[in-house]
Design a protein around this ligand. Structure first.
Ligand code: ATR
Length: 464
């Protein structure tokens, strides 16, 4: 026997859309708002139809995309409403159907042109539909204004409902696809170029993070991944300037090599002796370091203030240096424990009054853990894809109750160190906050736009 035709699956996308449409319809009913001419004015033109349309379109996407869709629809409604009502100026000329035909074409061209000019292609539909409805249905006089105002109100209501539904119900996409379709960035000839350089760099999460933020914020930038061999920063910088890059991030092993190549260096890059963000403005290279400030902000996000505290830092690599110097600057006393004590000593030499080097043996770690108020792991021990792991976690037994344990590692989300610390009742913080905060600071430098890091954290938490 032949298999019966399979029924389409009723997934979360369908459920969300149905709920959104029902809510947007039901919301108008208690007010008797169902297009009743006798109500007059804007109210007489008001009904749930466009709220339903807005909900249907918006709930087809994720929460972040919903917002962008909604804004685009609103822009389309405003552009279309303005164009439609502007046809009032033609007065009785519109009574000639051939004139009306030409006007219809002209307002559609104008609507599409305006929306593309302001880089809102998804606004084109409403920008054309509205003048068409106004002209074809023969709405006259002030009713056209009421009609446009009603559409704007309905669209806002629809957008708010769609946002609520998308926030309340789970993401409709399968786990593995979350983030993938968020990576679509519109590119045209004016799009400004950004990238991350490194050797190797293919593993970098920066393109995913930055392109997601760029799309969320509606910025006209594109962020690429650019391998640059060790020792070739000078050549790359010349290329980037010539190719018109707006800036780039740098990861291993370029952060130190970039320092003397900068035309201008910010205070943190000079303090840490490393550049992770380069902005190219008028042919000049401006070097920044956002790692240290990103770390302090990630502590602040968790309610941890290092001022006057004793912080135990494990590790003395590049990341540890940024963390230690900014902690000292923020008023903390920092003990730096490292397997290679000379490297800990080298960091502490920058600020001997606040930074103290120590070894990495079990007894030293236990001893230093006893007197610390915050513990920060800056070693690569426990990181996914590396073999290294702490040989002995007994130093955790030395910690006072309530001491937060921070790990700069974000993959895995919970390292063995954090797992054991959590089981002992300590507050634990992974490296996700640092990752997002340093990226947000970089994008702020690149674009000059102030960015809400908490909102970006929410958007990115599903991706990384
Ligand atoms: P990053 O730039 O991320 O800081 P890094 O400069 O390679 O990376 O630093 C890695 C840190 O992890 C160093 O402090 C390193 O100790 P050494 O300076 O002695 O190499 C530390 N680390 C790596 N593997 C380790 C291990 N098996 N035991 C102890 N520390 C280790």
């Amino acid at each position: 026997m032949k298999n019966p035709v399979p029924l389409p699956r009723i997934g979360m996308r369908v459920i969300k859309t149905a709920v959104a449409v029902m809510v947007s319809y039901a919301l108008f009913l208690p007010f008797g708002l169902t297009y009743r001419e006798e109500l007059g004015g804007v109210l007489g033109q008001m009904g749930p139809l466009y709220a339903c349309i807005a909900c249907i379109i918006c709930t087809q996407s994720t929460l972040g995309q919903t917002f962008q869709q909604g804004i685009s629809r609103l822009i389309g409604v405003i552009v279309g409403g303005a164009l439609g009502t502007a046809t009032l100026l033609l007065g009785t000329a519109l009574e000639n159907l051939w004139v009306k035909t030409l006007v219809l074409g002209a307002v559609c061209v104008a609507g599409v042109w305006i929306c593309l000019l302001i880089k809102r292609p998804t606004a084109c539909g409403m920008a054309c539909i509205l003048p068409c409805v106004i002209l074809i249905t023969g709405l006259t006089g002030a009713t056209r204004y009421y009609y446009a105002a009603a559409r704007i109100i309905e669209t806002i209501v629809g957008l708010l409902i769609a946002l609520g539904i998308n926030a309340a119900l789970p993401d409709h996409r399968p786990e593995g696809q979350r983030g993938e379709c968020d990576m679509k960035v519109e590119v045209d000839n004016t799009t400004k170029k950004l990238c991350v350089i490194g050797d190797p760099v293919e593993h970098s999460k920066s393109p995913l993070i930055q392109n997601t933020m760029i799309r969320e914020l509606g910025l006209d930038y594109l962020y690429l991944c650019q391998p640059v061999p060790r020792g070739k920063c000078k050549e790359w910088l010349d290329c980037a300037k010539f190719a018109g890059y707006a800036g780039f991030n740098a990861t291993m092993p370029h952060k130190e090599e970039l320092v003397p190549l900068m035309d201008e260096l910010d205070a943190d890059a000079a303090l840490i002796g490393a550049v992770n963000t380069v902005c190219i403005r008028d042919g000049k290279a401006w070097g920044y370091n956002t790692d240290g400030e990103g770390f302090l902000r990630s502590l602040a996000d968790e309610g941890i203030d290092p001022a006057g505290k004793h912080v135990l830092v494990l590790g003395a690599g590049g990341a540890a240096k940024a963390v230690c110097l900014k902690l000292a600057q923020a008023g903390a006393e920092v003990t730096v424990c490292n397997r290679t004590v000379d490297k800990a000593q080298a960091i502490c030499d920058h600020d001997p009054a606040h930074l103290y080097p120590a070894g990495f043996d079990t007894a030293t770690l236990y001893n230093k853990a006893q007197s610390c108020d915050v513990l920060v792991n800056c070693t690569s021990l426990g990181m996914a894809g590396t073999k290294g792991q702490f040989e002995d976690f007994s130093f955790l037994n030395g910690l006072k109750p309530g001491v937060p344990v921070v790990d700069l590692i974000y993959a895995p989300a919970e390292t063995e160190l954090l797992r054991r610390a959590r089981q002992k009742g300590h507050k634990t913080v992974n490296g996700f906050g640092l990752l997002v905060n340093q990226a947000v600071l970089s994008l702020e430098h690149f674009t000059g736009t102030e960015i809400n890091a908490a909102a970006m954290k929410k958007v990115l938490s599903g991706l990384l």
